[in-house]
Each structure stands twice: as C-alpha cells, then as structure tokens.
Design a protein around this ligand. Structure first.
Ligand SMILES: *Cc1c(COP(=O)(O)O)cnc(C)c1O
Length: 393
C-alpha cells in the first residue's frame, strides 16, 4: 500500500521508523558520533556480516535520522536510493568526482547554477576531464556528444530564465549513447516533476530551497539507482560532506508540508507572473506557466506546476531596479528561493558583478533583470506591494 501513496502522504509518513525504542511520531535526532557495540562478539559479528545490525560504527558512515530522510526523498522522486549531503554543491561535486575520470567528457547546459558550471569548467580540467557548455536544447546537446562523453548534466527549469528541457528526449539521448544523465531538479521539486520517471539516471537537489522550504538550512540530496548511488555513497564517506542529524531533522520537518507549500508557490507565482505580464512598466516576464514562455508547451507536458520563481525585465536600468526593489516591503533582498519568505534580487548585483559587462551579457545577465522567489504570504499582498513600487518607476 505504501507504494501507492501520493506525494502528500509520502511527505508525511514515508521512511519514518515509529517503532522501538521510542515509539516517537517524529524521527528522533540521533546526535551520536560513534555507535557502540554491546560486546566484542557483537562487533566481530557485525564486521563479518553475521549480525542483522544495520547501524555502522561511526556517524560519517550512517545515521538513523539521516537515513529516514533519505528514504522519504528517494520515494518522492521514485528512485531506489537517496543520499543526503552537507549542501547541494556537495552533492553535485561528489557525484561528478566519482562518475568522471581522466579524459572523460561532460556536457553541461549553459544556464546551469553558476558554481556548478565553474566547477566543471575551471576545476575538473585539473583531473584531465573535458567539458562542453551547450545551449539549453536537445539538439545542441546531441551535437556536443563525443566518443568520450560520460555525463550530460542539466537543470530544468533553469535559473534565472526558467528554460525547460525535454526530460524524455535527454533521457533517450543518454540511453542511446550510453551516457549518464543527471538533472538538477531544485527548481521543480518532485511535486512538480519527477525526472527519473522519464528515464533520467540521477536527480540532484539543493534541499536548501523548496525541500527544506523555510530558509533555515543548507543541505543537498542525490537520488538514483543503487548501482550508481552506492559508489557515490562510498566517496561521501571519504570526502565527508555529510548532512548532520539536526539539519536532517529540520529537512524532514520541512518535507511534511512540501506538497502543500509547492502547490501554493505554484498558484501564487502564476498569478504574479500574469500580473507582471500585464503591467506597462515590465517589458518581459519569464515563467513557464505563461503562454508567452518559449517552453510553455513542453513545460505543460512534463510538469504538474511551474514553481515559485518568476523572472522579469523592468523598463529601466540597474539603478532603477535597485530603487524599485528598495521601495518594496514584503520581498526581502536575498539570494536563494523556495522558502516561506518572498525574496527578490537583481542577479547581476547578487552573483555576476565580478564579471565584465560584456561577459555578463553573454551569459544573458542584463542589468534590468529581476528574479522574484514568490513565498507563502498572501498573494494579493505581494501583488499590491509590487504594484505600488512599479507605478513609481
Ligand atoms: C542553490 C542551488 C544549488 C546549490 O545548492 P546549495 O545547497 O546552496 O549548495 C545548486 N543548484 C541549484 C539549481 C540551486 O538553486
């Protein structure tokens, strides 16, 4: 029966051990670095595989609080095995370090998370690993394939333009060419889309965003089939970027309301995107739930909802954008997204000011671009706030 549960039920009940010794409805936070053995014989039985004990001897190798969240997340993504990490970046870098070796080639799409792209372009070459950054389209990805291509890495939707890649086509390209396909599903969440169901090999999230959902933790997760995840788990024990039990518990608590929250984010962002699109001071809105979005059709096919992030261009410049933002009272100026609080940023100011203007523009980071992460406040309050400030532009 558990296997037939819908998302909301899985979010609340799946993976939780409510039995001995505590019969606790919430998962206990097990703050233990070493784990003990009752006798030397117990230890001998454990190390020789003769005991039924599953708890390893040391917290870097496994922890019951972490395990429970891993199981919940794996189920939500319809995957076999999940792994928690100290951050989304830790999940991405650990996975790539395990799956790639010298002379391998990786394809990554161009509006991927900046640190992911920097890691692939600037760090992996140190190990003799080659890369191609492509436009976000299946034809561009197909063209970039070499004999040595081992991984195709993409996001969908992407940041900040919310571009969508056909998950099924990418999965098919991977299967046909014997390439591992990885998607960073942070923007969508398993509530809006489940890439493994389309045949992708591995899903990664920054759990810092919607999965945690409260702007109060940093964590990452990777989900996939056992044969791919196990070697990554081994490396996680070596690199050591584990998620700690307190954070795991916060994540589990956040996950209880994931289904509810994401539905609300979807609904509010759609309304706000439509409001912005009809406003005379806005020149363009990027939201996959709008008919004007270049990937609207494909988004509709593979997604149940379009998420809480809306990007837009205002009819002004960097300074005008700063003034517009400073007049707002609900959205807080901060990076990140996916939490209860509405956040707003100018991507150019927040993440790209170190690049020359020409390079920024090459990356599509124009000065009048604004990214809004719609939170869980009353949607009409947010709209009124935006309207008041836009009217003064
Ligand atoms: C935030 C983010 C990351 C990095 O995750 P951290 O948890 O901050 O390390 C990776 N990918 C995407 C799409 C993100 O939004």
């Amino acid at each position: 029966m558990k296997n037939k549960w819908q998302n909301a039920t899985r979010c609340i009940h799946y993976g939780e051990n409510r039995k001995e010794p505590y019969y606790s409805i919430t998962t206990p936070i097990v703050n233990s670095a070493p784990f003990v053995f009752s006798s030397s014989k117990d230890l001998l039985d454990y190390v020789t595989g003769k005991s039924s004990r599953t708890q390893p001897e040391y917290g870097r190798m496994g922890n019951p609080t972490i395990k429970s969240v891993q199981e919940k997340l794996a189920k939500l993504e319809e995957g076999e095995k999940g792994l928690l990490f100290a951050s989304g970046m830790c999940a991405i870098t650990t996975a790539l370090l395990v799956l790639l070796k010298k002379n391998d080639h990786i394809i990554i799409t161009n509006d991927s998370y900046r640190r992911t792209r920097d890691f692939v372009e600037d760090f992996l070459p140190k190990f003799g690993i080659k890369s191609t950054v492509t436009e976000l389209s299946t034809s561009a990805v197909r063209k970039a394939i070499r004999k040595t291509t081992k991984i195709i890495f993409s996001e969908s939707p992407t940041n900040p333009y919310l571009r969508i890649l056909s998950l099924k086509e990418i999965a098919d390209i991977g299967k046909k060419n014997n390439i591992i396909t990885i998607v960073d599903n942070t923007f969508a969440t398993p509530i809006n889309q489940k890439p493994l169901q389309y045949g992708l090999d591995i899903v990664i999230h920054s759990a810092t965003k919607y999965l945690g959902g409260h702007n109060d933790l940093i964590a990452g997760v990777l989900i996939g089939p056992k044969e791919l995840v196990q070697p990554i788990e081994e490396m996680l024990m070596t690199i050591g970027g584990i998620c700690d039990p307190n954070t795991s518990y916060l994540l589990e608590r956040g996950l209880k309301t994931l289904d509810l929250r994401v539905r609300k984010h979807n609904e509010s962002a759609q309304k706000i995107a439509q409001f912005l699109e009809n406003h005379s001071k806005i020149s363009k809105v990027f939201y996959p739930g709008l008919k004007s979005h270049p990937d609207y059709e494909i988004a509709k096919q593979q997604m149940k909802g379009f998420g809480g992030v809306v990007s837009f261009l205002i009819k002004s410049d960097l300074k005008g954008g700063m003034k517009f933002i400073d007049r707002l009272s609900i959205p807080q100026i901060a990076p990140s997204f996916g939490g209860a609080e509405t956040l707003i940023e100018q991507p150019v100011l927040m993440s790209f000011m170190d690049l020359p203007k020409k390079e920024r523009e090459k990356r599509g980071m124009s000065d009048n671009l604004i990214r809004l992460s719609v939170g869980l406040e009353d949607c009409d309050d947010i709209i009124k706030d935006l309207q008041k400030s836009l009217n003064k532009l």
